[in-house]
Design a protein. Structure first.
Length: 378
């Protein structure tokens, strides 16, 4: 195991309203010394949402030390990244950001950033407890946990229902089964996770310890039962991966037998999963001592639990690095690898910068003087 290091203070990480105060201590963390090197060599950064602290966190390599840069959002949970588009599901709305690389030269410190995401669209959904999200042929799909369904955005309505488990017979705002995770396969949503096979409001809570399910969306059939609070299904390297959060594990599912096989047990509530090569980036949460998390195996196994991002070699099951958050951060929802960008930023706090950053269609640019087009990167 590599040694641990303190995070590098982020001098350019303002919140939506003001610079963080010392009393807030929003992102104190320690990390293994190899984590910045992993990010640098792979030319990636990591995006992490924490709804409990209300932040999108960007983990970036900064001269060999991990930089934890953040932006404030209202209860951010699901993330969806495709090319230069980023969607963030929040408490009552979905924000869509597009990467505008030309704006990087306007950011401090100079010549540091290689991606800059600017807001392009906001859609109000109401409080539907958006969980995981994914782009499907350019359309944004998301888990609508309140209504126990998969949904997409609508120009006229709060959302457009697209699918729900066959055991949920009515479209009601009751969080019947706590639908939470989705996995893409062959370009479409194929698998989902839920915490209970129930048709009554909040019914999943009665058997949360081992009432979790994995469902095949195409066939409407339940593939696996008896899971402990499953989250974050993923199809990767011709295998179906899963986090059994209630046990704090990551593993694979044998689709023929319906059996879950853990490959590693981690020191926290596993939720949020993204892959790159042989590495899995797994989010860990401390989980609160509350009715929701009482009685699950993880709480019985570990008195002290951790919040952070763990890096696991999926070929060996070994931990190769981690970033452990302290103080203000106790819960993580989503973790996404941002490929091709070592030092990104996202602007949702600076109205002046957004206001003077224009993106125009190519044909309109023909009528813009050359000196004004100089900032645009094609």
């Amino acid at each position: 195991m590599n040694s641990e290091a303190e995070e590098k203070p982020d001098e350019a990480s303002p919140s939506q309203d003001a610079e963080p105060t010392a009393e807030e201590a929003p992102l104190r963390s320690v990390h293994t010394s190899n984590l910045p090197q992993i990010l640098q060599q792979a030319a990636i950064s990591l995006l992490v949402t924490t709804y409990q602290a209300g932040k999108l966190v960007m983990l970036r390599n900064d001269d060999g030390v991990l930089n934890t840069h953040f932006r404030n959002f209202g209860k951010p949970m699901g993330l969806a990244v495709q090319g230069g588009r980023l969607a963030i599901g929040c408490n009552i709305d979905i924000w869509e950001f597009h990467n505008v690389p030309a704006v990087c030269q306007k950011l401090d410190p100079p010549e540091k950033h290689d991606a800059c995401f600017l807001p392009r669209r906001s859609h109000t959904t109401g409080d539907i407890q958006i969980h995981e999200m994914a782009w499907v042929e350019g359309e944004l799909w998301f888990v609508n946990t309140t209504f126990s369904c998969l949904a997409t955005r609508s120009d006229e309505n709060s959302f457009q229902p697209r699918w729900r488990p066959k055991f949920v017979t009515e479209l009601i705002p009751g969080d019947c089964c706590h639908l939470n995770g989705l996995a893409m396969r062959d370009g479409r949503v194929r698998y989902v996770t839920a915490l209970g096979e129930t048709n009554t409001a909040g019914g999943w809570r009665e058997n949360k310890r081992d009432g979790g399910l994995l469902i095949d969306v195409d066939s409407d059939e339940i593939i696996v039962r008896g899971l402990s609070m499953p989250h974050s299904p993923r199809w990767y390297r011709d295998q179906l991966w899963l986090l059994e959060s209630g046990n704090g594990s990551i593993g694979t599912v044998d689709l023929s037998s319906g059996r879950y096989e853990p490959i590693a047990s981690l020191p926290g509530f596993t939720r949020g999963l993204s892959f790159l090569g042989p590495l899995a980036f797994v989010g860990l949460s401390q989980v609160r001592e509350s009715a929701v998390f009482s009685g699950i195996p993880l709480v019985e196994r570990l008195e002290e639990r951790t919040c952070g991002v763990w890096v696991i070699n999926i070929e060996t099951g070994q931990t190769v690095g981690f970033c452990k958050f302290e103080d203000a951060l106790q819960e993580i929802f989503a973790v996404e690898v941002l490929t091709g960008s070592r030092f990104p930023d996202l602007i949702n706090h600076d109205a002046e910068l957004v206001g003077r950053s224009y993106v125009l269609p190519d044909d309109a640019l023909q009528d813009v003087p050359d000196e004004l087009r100089a900032d645009r990167q094609e």
